[in-house]
Design a protein around this ligand. Structure first.
Ligand code: FMN
Length: 229
C-alpha cells in the first residue's frame, strides 16, 4: 500500500476516446481529494490472448504467456481501489477488457486473490445498448476478486458514440463522480480503520482461511475457484 491512497483504472478502449475522457474526469475528482489516479490503457500494453494450452484450471503456477499483464496485476495489487472501465462492443464488454479479465483472472489473480478488500468500481461507455450487461459483467469480476463495492446511486454508465460525446452526458458523469467519491470515502474509512487497529494490509487469504476455520494448507476455496475458472 502506498503512502497516498491510490486508484488504478483499467481502460479497455482501443482508442483515446470516450472511456479515456471519463477516466480523465475521474482522475481530476480523485486528485482533488488527494488520491493518486493511475490509468492503464490496455491498448498500449503488450497483452496476448489466452493460448491453446487450456490447462489454466489445473495449473498451480501463474500463466506462462510472456507479456505485460502480470505487471498490471502488480499495479492493481499495490493500489487501494481498482476501476474497470470499458466501452460496450457487440452488446458486451469490448475485446480488450474481456482479454484482460481472462488473462489476469485465470492466469494470476485466482491464486491468492491479491485484490481482496480493495475498493472496486465499474464504468461503462455505450452508445445506448446493453450498457447494463457490460456493467454487470464488470461487477461480477470485481466481486470474484473479493473487492468491496460501494453503493453510489445509479450505475456509472455514460452514453456516447463519437469521440467527445461523453462530455455531453451530464447525468452519466454525475454517476461517475458519485461512484469515485464513494470509492474514496470507503478507501479513507478502511485506511483509518486499519491505522487504528495497527494493520497496514487487508487479510491475506491464509489469514482469512484461518479465521473462517478453513484449511490453510491448500486453500480449499481457491480449489473451487480453480475448478470454475
Ligand atoms: C465494434 C463496436 C461495437 C459496438 N457495439 C455497441 C453496442 O453493442 N452497444 C452500444 O450501445 N454501443 C456500441 N458501440 C459504441 C461504443 O460503445 C461507443 O462508441 C463508446 O463511446 C466507445 O467508447 P470509446 O470511445 O472509449 O472507445 C460499439 C462500438 C464499436 C466500435
Amino acid at each position: 500500500m502506498t503512502a497516498r491512497p491510490k486508484i488504478v483504472a483499467i481502460n479497455g478502449s482501443e482508442r483515446d476516446g470516450n472511456t479515456a475522457h471519463v477516466l480523465r474526469y475521474a482522475a481530476k475528482i480523485a486528485e482533488a481529494r488527494g488520491v493518486d489516479f493511475d490509468t492503464v490503457d490496455l491498448r498500449t500494453i503488450r497483452m496476448g490472448p489466452c493460448g491453446p494450452c487450456g490447462d489454466c484450471n489445473r495449473r498451480t503456477v501463474p500463466c506462462v504467456v510472456d507479456d505485460d499483464v502480470p505487471a498490471v496485476v502488480e499495479r492493481m495489487s499495490a493500489a487501494d481501489g481498482v476501476i474497470y472501465a470499458t466501452p460496450v462492443h457487440g452488446f458486451a464488454a469490448g475485446a480488450l477488457m474481456q482479454t484482460f479479465i481472462e488473462r489476469s483472472g485465470v492466469g494470476y489473480l485466482r491464486f491468492t486473490r491479491p485484490l481482496t478488500n480493495k475498493v472496486g468500481g465499474a464504468i461503462v461507455l455505450a452508445r445506448r445498448y446493453s450498457a447494463s450487461v457490460a456493467y454487470q459483467h464488470l461487477l461480477m469480476n470485481l466481486l470474484l476478486n473479493r473487492m468491496i463495492l460501494v453503493g453510489s446511486g445509479f450505475p456509472a454508465e455514460v452514453h456516447a458514440l463519437h469521440v467527445g460525446e461523453a462530455a455531453e452526458d451530464e447525468e452519466g458523469l454525475i454517476h461517475v463522480r458519485r461512484m469515485v467519491d464513494r470509492m474514496i470515502d470507503m478507501i479513507e474509512f478502511l485506511r483509518e480503520y486499519r491505522a487504528l487497529g495497527g494493520r497496514e494490509d487487508a487479510l491475506t487469504p491464509r489469514e482469512r482461511n484461518e479465521r473462517l476455520g478453513l484449511p490453510v494448507e491448500n486453500f480449499a476455496d481457491e480449489v473451487v475457484d480453480n475448478v470454475h475458472g
